[in-house]
Design a protein around this ligand. Structure first.
Ligand code: F0G
Length: 459
């Protein structure tokens, strides 16, 4: 198994501590079996998310010192605008403090009660913001995404036929928005092909529906297009990114992922003269802050402007996706199922395959997450029925298409030895999986985005 060596060396280190097995048993019980309730310092390897957990470069840290903290018209704002427009080719870009802030600012301008939003797959916060606006989300991901063991390229794609069916069934006037999530996080960080982006954009235009790119992991997506879509083999990542964005009318972006910073987001409108721009600025001033900082410090915008370029560096991306491929290859050797081929920001282990005797409403994904913490102090999160939650209209537990435990890998943070610990822990759990008979029940839950806060108990 080849490990692509790091295209950097380490200058600053952060010590880790490892609790004993007994201590971890106590901690997870005190956390009510919800890994979001654990303290970061009690996790040896923290794979809860790849969002905001990345290591910045020396250039970015130098940028932090150069950050201009002017309330209005800071030079860091203009630097960020220049980088954003250069890479994405959009006429208007609004900084916001993170991805969901972009969703909160723009979704209510396009969605309301009685409307629908269609996506290849909504991430949980995008789904929540569609529901908060009064509309209803509909996922139309391709069928092969739902079969984790089926290796197919671009399992993040939209099912075009299904999308058109939904548009006709609900009526084009009732579809407020099409959202293309790249990469498709909930389907396992699976990429979307350029062809699919193009086709979705043609269909959305045909029915006069605006298309928004949920672009958190756009650079990883571009890497997959270069690797797997033959006509892009010799095209630079920057040019691929430019073409991907050319198919959107809008984009929302959590910059906490592929732009390798700890905080930040962007909201783009292709046409700077669109009437949406003034409304976005107004919402931003109310919710986020004046439109030349949008909830960010000048130093954050400066680091973000630099990270936009570091994130599309081809050597970096080869190493980055190489880490996923290495971990996935170790799981292949051990016969552990995951969403395959491996996606861009983590390995999504198929917990339903590891615990076939535990039903969806006992949350097999969460079972594996708890076991990983007990086994090796590894913190992960459920991407399955536990995360999906209840039907907003009937209150009934929904059954997710998959039961994943997500090992999301922060950027430029962990080494090959850490990846080996992850693989070894999964192998050890697989060997005793049949001894874990039951899952969890929820003893308390809030009405929306429950997985962040809910309490659980073993059955
Ligand atoms: N869209 C996608 C595809 C995401 O993955 C996320 C966040 C967001 C939007 C929201 O962005 O967190 O900056 O407000 N995903 C993180 C994750 C939290 O762990 O996958 P945010």
């Amino acid at each position: 198994i080849k490990y692509v060596p790091e295209p950097f060396r380490i200058k600053v280190v952060e010590p880790l501590r490892m609790l004993t097995h007994e201590e971890r048993e106590v901690k997870i019980a005190e956390a009510k079996y919800n890994l979001f309730n654990l303290k970061g310092e009690d996790c040896y390897i923290d794979l809860l998310t790849d969002s905001g957990t990345n290591a910045m470069s020396q250039e970015q840290w130098a940028g932090v010192m150069r950050g201009d903290e002017a309330y209005a018209g800071a030079s860091s704002y203009f630097k960020l605008m220049e980088a954003g427009k250069d890479i994405f080719g959009f006429g208007f870009i609004q900084p916001v403090h993170q991805g969901r802030a972009a969703e909160k600012v723009v979704f209510p301008l396009l969605l309301s009660e009685g409307k629908f939003a269609i996506s290849n797959m909504f991430f949980d916060t995008t789904r929540a913001h569609v529901i908060l606006s009064g509309a209803r989300p509909i996922d139309c991901v391709v069928a092969e995404a739902k079969d984790p063991s089926k290796r197919a390229p671009f399992k993040g794609n939209m099912d075009i036929a299904k999308m058109e069916e939904v548009i006709k069934e609900k009526g084009p006037e009732n579809i407020g928005l099409v959202v293309m999530t790249i990469t498709n996080n909930s389907a396992g960080g699976q990429p979307v092909s350029m062809k699919n982006l193009r086709e979705v954009s043609v269909l959305a235009k045909k029915y006069g529906i605006p298309m928004c790119i949920d672009a958190a992991r756009y650079a990883e997506n571009a890497h997959f297009i270069k690797r797997d879509e033959p006509e892009y083999k010799d095209v630079s990542i920057k040019d691929i990114v430019r073409e991907m964005f050319s198919y959107g009318d809008l984009f929302t972006m959590s910059a906490k992922k592929d732009t390798i910073v700890n905080m930040g987001g962007l909201l783009g409108v292709k046409d700077a003269d669109s009437p949406l721009v003034l409304k976005i600025k107004a919402n931003c001033i109310s919710y986020e802050g004046f439109f030349t900082y949008g909830g960010l410090a000048g130093r954050d915008m400066e680091a973000l402007a630099i990270g936009l370029y570091e994130g599309i560096d081809e050597n970096y991306l080869r190493y980055r996706i190489g880490q996923m491929e290495y971990l996935a290859a170790r799981l292949d050797d051990a016969g552990i199922a995951y969403q395959s081929p491996v996606g861009g920001h983590g390995v999504f282990v198929d917990a339903a395959a590891m615990f076939p005797h535990i039903p969806y409403n006992e949350y097999p994904g969460q079972v594996l997450c708890v076991e990983l913490y007990k086994e090796a102090g590894i913190r992960t999160c459920d991407i399955g029925s536990y995360m999906l939650g209840n039907d907003p209209d009937t209150g009934e537990q929904l059954k997710a298409d998959f039961e994943f435990s997500r090992l999301a890998i922060p950027r430029r943070v962990y080494t090959q030895a850490h990846l080996d610990i992850m693989a070894d822990a999964l192998i050890a759990i697989k060997e005793r999986a049949h001894t874990i008979k039951r899952g969890y029940k929820i003893t308390w839950e809030p009405p929306i985005l429950r997985h962040f806060q809910a309490s659980l108990a073993p059955i």
